[in-house]
Design a protein around this ligand. Structure first.
Ligand SMILES: Cc1cc2nc3c(=O)[nH]c(=O)nc-3n(C[C@H](O)[C@H](O)[C@H](O)COP(=O)(O)O)c2cc1C
Length: 253
């Protein structure tokens, strides 16, 4: 089994590890000229961004040539995933793939503009992540299938979210509004955890470019908590408790 994953704060890496199989980092795959993935079972594990998949995961779906009898999609999310299943189904179908199974695991919501990370961490036990994971792993082991119905209402919702995604939440120049405070020690971790190679660190400072994935890996993983965005709901950073900073660096650099 092959699992292609995208992660910023570790939730998806943890889920990918728990599902098992051969783990492949989507940011690293995307740096290859061609992506060929073939196995009896192939899965994508990614965060839900504005009820969709991250932009890079959508590009990955277009670029990769995936051959699998059982193809599945697992989102991690914090609050709600809207029509994310439909996005996964259509993204697969557009590439000639059948989506056999889709599910979503509710974890910490790392969306800093809305959520206080400390509150998210404190209330995590209520989400019973391990119980959700066990159920998903059992489904995949049993090669369970799911059917996603796509109606006109679904398509309307999807279009609305995609527009908000493009116009509001996932703008490629988002990081240009980030600030770096005086506690920055130019360690370069932000550049290493960025899945999009959007950050350059020199002795003069941190420079963001205009192809941000808006994943917040830089904000959450900065060892000095020096990187900030204009609107933050709390003062705590988040990284999944089972994942180290080095794991994120290895996944994304
Ligand atoms: C830009 C952005 C948009 C997000 N949108 C949603 C959303 O629509 N619904 C939701 O429940 N969680 C949303 N989240 C939260 C993530 O999906 C969630 O925290 C995920 O588990 C993070 O995975 P990671 O730790 O592997 O990066 C969003 C996070 C970001 C950064």
């Amino acid at each position: 089994m092959m699992i292609c994953y995208f992660t910023a704060s570790g939730n998806c890496l943890y889920v990918a590890r728990r599902i098992g199989g051969n783990l492949l980092s989507i940011p690293q795959l995307m740096r290859q000229d061609a992506i060929e993935i073939e196995d009896d079972a192939v899965g994508v594990v990614c965060p839900c961004y504005n009820c969709e998949m991250p932009m890079m995961v959508r590009e990955f779906m277009r670029k990769a040539h995936i051959q699998a009898e059982y193809f599945f999609f697992i989102y991690t999310y914090g609050a709600g995933f809207g029509e994310a299943y439909a996005h996964a189904k259509l993204a697969a179908e557009e590439e000639g793939l059948t989506l056999s199974y889709v599910n979503a695991i509710q974890m910490v919501d790392n969306f800093i503009p809305y959520f206080d990370m400390q509150e998210q961490i404190d209330t995590l036990p209520k989400k019973n992540v391990e119980g959700q994971l066990e159920a998903v792993c059992a489904d995949i082991d049993a090669r369970k299938t799911t059917d996603v119905e796509i109606t006109d209402a679904t398509r309307a919702q999807m279009a609305m979210y995609r527009k908000r995604l493009a116009d509001v939440w996932l703008k490629k120049d988002t990081a240009l509004s980030y600030t770096v405070n005086d506690s920055c020690i130019r360690c370069g971790i932000c550049a290493k955890v960025c899945p999009a190679n959007n950050i350059t660190v020199t002795p003069d400072g941190v420079r963001f470019s205009d192809h941000c994935e808006v994943c917040y890996a830089c904000l959450h993983n900065c060892p000095k908590h020096a990187i900030h965005m204009p609107l933050e709901a709390g003062t705590t950073q988040f990284r999944n408790e089972h994942v180290t900073l080095n794991d994120i660096v290895e996944a994304n650099q």
